[in-house]
Design a protein around this ligand. Structure first.
Ligand SMILES: [Zn+2]
Length: 518
């Protein structure tokens, strides 16, 4: 009851009113009184500030999209329960981002004893240095302040992390300089965990930590303190421990010591965006689009296609399920696609950059490295797999705008022998001239948001999307050199390409089917 009252009163202090104490004496008479600060651990702090945020309404964490009904409620419960917790998910599911966002639940500033390596609580110091200063100086003990981001320590677990890195060791240089004996607490070199004292300690990819290091973590969770080898002291650290891991690594037998698993209060599963719209919202938020230079207009179908690539790749059998397909893939694709359009705009001296589907094919370098392929995919080759995935993405996006019976006139134009070349380097002027030749094409661009009065860059991109869509559905052909044709009539042009070999096979099949039965 008393605590509740106190925390309510706490919320009335606007940040600007906070007195910045410079000595322990001043601190005693501030909001950070002994009564309030002595036993308020970092997990209490996270909990109190979270409760305040929940009461205020609005999002728990800014900029985290698609987790409102799944991850966020579980995360809130874990923090309210004062748990150490783990986020289980594939790469690119915003795990690190969520862990970092926890810092926004810390107080704006927190006091510690000035000069302390482990940023001791002024009312209950752990280290020998601070105990000595406090005994000597009393209320004149100098106080320093740490900001939120200074209270977050992150470590990527790798098999070579040692106990010394994590917990600490003897520092022989300190010993030599100070003339102290080894074994004297003043010669401790503190590891990452003690340095995270009164803050958040995040370990990414927890299963990659060696077993004995996991034991070290287990000790701090179980006993609430750590012991540094060779020193007769125990440090009851105040740390919120948070972890992330790939779910399969985490559940694999022998990767995590059972007692450690047992001490992790909550296990929270992250996931990829559930819908294209959520994915696009994340990608739009995370990708670098406001660049200066040429004016930029990214058509919706380009954004949709870029996002579909991730969705289709995640479902593709040739892509390794264990590693997943990071959200960083569509983000990098969109960035590269914009760059290719920028490049074209500079080249032709245009003040408007409008990405095309061909810019997505040109963005291959941002795709292949992010696909972890299985055996079958490796045989086929990353480029071929990526091209097929892009093509499938174009087809799926196309279906959001057009039905299978649409655009017959355009297909007919090709069947009558028409052909046009349109590459990512084709200028807007030349592109528009080619597109105008195709009967029935430009009157359809309105359906994808490009009206007659729009800039030619926009119209060319829209027209190209329609052709790419027809090609992706194999209703027209397209060579490796980006010549759109009736695939039916010029198979010799497209024999070389793997992709098109399939198209060819299908065309051959269709022709066979059309043959009368007599
Ligand atoms: Zn200290």
């Amino acid at each position: 009851m008393g605590l509740q009252k106190q925390s309510r009163r706490w919320q009335w202090f606007p940040e600007a009113m906070m007195t910045i104490a410079h000595t322990l004496g001043e601190l005693r008479n501030s909001q950070f009184s002994e009564q309030r600060t002595l036993r308020r651990g970092v997990k209490d702090e996270l909990r109190e500030n979270l409760l305040a945020r929940l009461k205020a309404g609005g999002p728990v964490f800014e900029g985290i999209v698609g987790y409102d009904d799944t991850v966020i409620p579980q995360l809130v419960n874990a923090v309210l329960s004062r748990h150490n917790f783990i986020l289980l998910g594939l790469r690119g599911q915003a795990k690190s981002r969520i862990l970092r966002a926890l810092t926004t639940l810390l107080d704006e500033q927190a006091p510690y004893i000035a000069g302390c390596e482990i940023r001791d609580n002024p009312y209950a110091p752990l280290c020998r240095h601070c105990k000595d200063v406090l005994a000597r100086e009393g209320d004149r003990t100098p106080i320093a302040w740490m900001k939120r981001n200074e209270r977050y320590v992150e470590k990527l677990a790798t098999p070579d992390v040692t106990i010394a890195d994590l917990i600490g060791d003897i520092d022989p240089i300190k010993a030599a300089r100070g003339g102290h004996e080894l074994g004297n607490e003043l010669v401790i070199h503190y590891g990452l965990l003690p340095r995270a004292n009164r803050g958040i300690f995040a370990v990414n990819e927890l299963p990659d930590l060696a077993g004995k290091i996991q034991v070290g973590l287990f000790n701090i969770m179980q006993e609430g303190d750590v012991q540094i080898k060779g020193f007769p002291v125990r440090l009851p650290l105040d740390v919120a421990l948070v972890f992330s891991a790939n779910p399969e690594d985490y559940t694999a037998r022998g990767k995590i010591i059972t007692p450690l698993k047992d001490r992790i209060g909550s296990e929270i599963r992250t996931h990829y965006p559930a819908t294209i719209e959520e994915g696009m919202a994340i990608t739009a938020q995370e990708s670098w689009c406001q660049r200066g230079g040429a004016e930029l207009m990214v058509p919706a179908y380009v954004r949709e296609t870029a996002e579909q690539i991730a969705f289709i790749a995640r479902a593709d059998k040739r892509v390794d399920k264990r590693s997943g397909v990071s959200q960083r893939l569509p983000i990098s694709v969109v960035e590269n696609v914009i760059s290719n359009a920028e490049r074209r705009a500079v080249h032709e001296g245009s003040s408007l950059a409008v990405p095309r589907i061909s810019d997505i094919y040109a963005a291959m370098p941002s795709i292949t490295g992010k696909l972890e392929l299985g055996y079958e995919g490796e045989i086929k080759g990353a480029d071929a797999v990526a091209r097929e995935i892009i093509q499938a993405s174009v087809a799926k996006t196309f279906d959001r705008y057009f039905g299978p019976g649409d655009l017959k006139q355009v297909v007919q134009w090709f069947e009558l022998g028409g052909q046009v070349t349109l590459t990512d380097n084709t200028t807007t002027h030349d592109g528009l001239k080619s597109m105008e030749k195709i009967q029935g094409l430009l009157e359809k661009t309105g359906k994808v948001g490009a009206g007659k009065d729009d800039a030619p860059e926009i119209i060319v991109s829209a027209a190209e999307f329609i052709l790419e869509g027809l090609h992706a559905h194999k209703r027209i052909g397209r060579t490796e050199d980006r010549v759109f044709t009736s695939g039916d009539k010029q198979p010799h042009l497209i024999e070389r390409d793997d992709n098109h070999a399939e198209v060819d096979a299908e065309w051959a099949q269709r022709k066979k089917n059309r043959r009368p039965f007599n």
